[in-house]
Design a protein around this ligand. Structure first.
Ligand code: ADP
Length: 465
């Protein structure tokens, strides 16, 4: 039975006129005044008839107050005991009061019913989800979860109101749970329920400090990704031996004095192409190694003054055919914490790019500087520059602004992808600023926790050209 059917007819009509009638103070006060006047007139007539006018008027007033007290009693009775039922049919101020209270209550109940319906629907759709949904309260206690959370994360009925970190103990998960903002892509963890199964977890903070955790099974995607990596890895490995044999023979034949002159050009090109293939295979292998290596192992202290000088020497060697002016600008006192091989390879990529994408006799400046709490390795050139349209995709594998030019210069299209990976593994990121025909500046930005301040800063400061 709906609420409205419980109402007396006049209360059932929730129209504006009804509302006005009851909310206009004047109307319902006048009803009471009419009642009082009627009682006093009757009492007056009776008083005049029996010659006790004042006494009858007083009795009339007493009757009126008694009626008011009765109404008050009924109102109180209804509010305290039967407020779910329609209110007693009272006139005047009390009737209006009851009507307004009853109407407000009815609205509240309708809204409550709607909310409960909505919550029920939301809850049943969450229950039907394949993805696990878990609500964690401000004290980090498990509050609610759907059946998928039991399947994927192993939560049990008895875990309710227990701290999430005592139930899900994976150290990576705990780190993620406590520092949600440090993991913009969420976290993939191996399932504690079944070996070889992986779960992607995404945590969203809401309210004061509550958390909504969504998790889903990514085992299939992981397997496909692993297959892709293994395939690239295997192909690269398999290509290595034939390439070594080919380049070995090409070199021997090329150096042979009996080689006819007309074949020299063909051999030259064959050597160039095998070198490119070699570079490609090496870059692919490096990328796949970077993808599979753990992040923790990168904690050598790298002497930046030494590394920068070594990079500068290599750059000078590579620069001979371009004739650029090379500058070395060593301003920061900090050393880096990471893998020297990987960082040298990433920095080297940025330097060779600057040299090869700058028309002869340009300027390339290699710098190591501080920026607030961060430190920046940068390479600035006066080269061909890059249209801003290309910047967002620059670090994708095989993405080239001008593929003809990249091939001509022996590029593999993997250099910046390697740079991005190496930097990510060192909690660093790449910033690129470029203007076509004016030049580019590539900056590798390292956070404070990757920097190692030297014991004696003056020993490390060096400027060179
Ligand atoms: P590649 O082996 O082709 O150089 P990279 O991944 O190192 O591949 O670079 C991707 C593309 O970015 C290059 O093909 C080139 O078009 C562009 N690029 C990289 N560095 C520079 C630079 N310093 N100036 C202009 N273009 C650059």
């Amino acid at each position: 039975m709906s609420d409205s059917s419980l109402l007396p007819d006049d209360l059932n009509d929730d129209s504006d006129s009804q509302h006005e009638r009851y909310s206009a103070l004047k109307t319902y006060i006048s009803e009471d005044i009419r009642k009082l006047a009627l009682i006093l007139i009757i009492a007056g007539f009776i008083g005049l008839g029996i010659n006790y006018f004042i006494l009858c008027i007083c009795l009339g007033l007493i009757v009126f107050f008694a009626l008011q007290l009765r109404s008050l009693y009924l109102v109180n009775q209804w509010i305290s005991q039967h407020s779910n039922e329609p209110p007693p049919d009272l006139s005047g101020v009390w009737g209006a009061l009851l009507f307004n209270v009853y109407r407000a209550q009815r609205r509240e109940r309708t809204m409550q019913a709607e909310m409960v319906g909505l919550i029920d629907r939301a809850q049943s759709s969450l229950m039907a989800l394949e993805e696990a949904v878990v609500l964690v309260d401000e004290q980090h206690y498990l509050e609610w979860w759907n059946p998928a959370a039991e399947r994927l994360l192993g939560l049990k009925f008895g875990d309710r109101k227990r701290p999430v970190q005592t139930i899900m103990r994976n150290p990576e998960f705990i780190k993620y749970f406590n520092h949600v903002n440090d993991f913009p892509d969420g976290l993939v963890i191996e399932s504690s329920l079944a070996a070889g199964r992986y779960t992607q977890i995404k945590i969203t903070r809401f309210g004061y400090d509550s958390r909504l955790l969504v998790a889903y099974d990514v085992t299939r995607i992981r397997k496909l990704e692993q297959m892709r990596k293994d395939f690239v890895d295997n192909v690269s490995h398999e290509l290595r031996t034939p390439l070594t044999v080919l380049s070995g023979y090409l070199e021997t034949l090329y150096e042979n004095d009996e080689m006819p002159q007309r074949w020299r050009r063909a051999f030259d090109q064959m050597q160039q192409q095998t070198r490119r293939m070699n570079a490609l295979v090496n870059d692919l292998l490096l990328l796949s190694r970077l993808e599979s290596e753990s992040l923790q192992s990168k904690n050598q202290i790298i002497d930046m003054a030494e590394l920068m000088n070594q990079l500068f020497d290599d750059a000078q060697g590579y620069n001979t055919e371009y004739g650029h002016t090379l500058n070395l600008n060593l301003e920061s006192h900090n050393d880096l914490i990471g893998s020297d091989m990987e960082l040298a390879s990433a920095f080297g990529n940025l330097i060779t790019n600057a040299i090869k994408y700058t028309p002869p006799h340009g300027t390339v400046t290699i710098s190591w500087q501080d920026r607030g709490e961060e430190a920046i390795f940068s390479v600035q050139d006066t080269g061909i520059g890059i249209n801003s349209l290309h910047l967002p995709r620059l670090t994708e594998r095989f993405y080239r602004v001008d593929s003809g030019r990249s091939r001509e210069t022996g590029g593999t299209g993997l250099g910046l992808a390697i740079v991005k990976h190496v930097l990510a593994q060192h909690d660093a990121y790449l910033e690129v600023e470029s203007k076509e025909q004016l030049g580019s500046i590539f900056r590798a930005v390292f956070p404070k926790h990757r920097l190692h301040p030297p014991e004696n800063p003056s020993d490390h400061l060096m400027d060179g050209e």
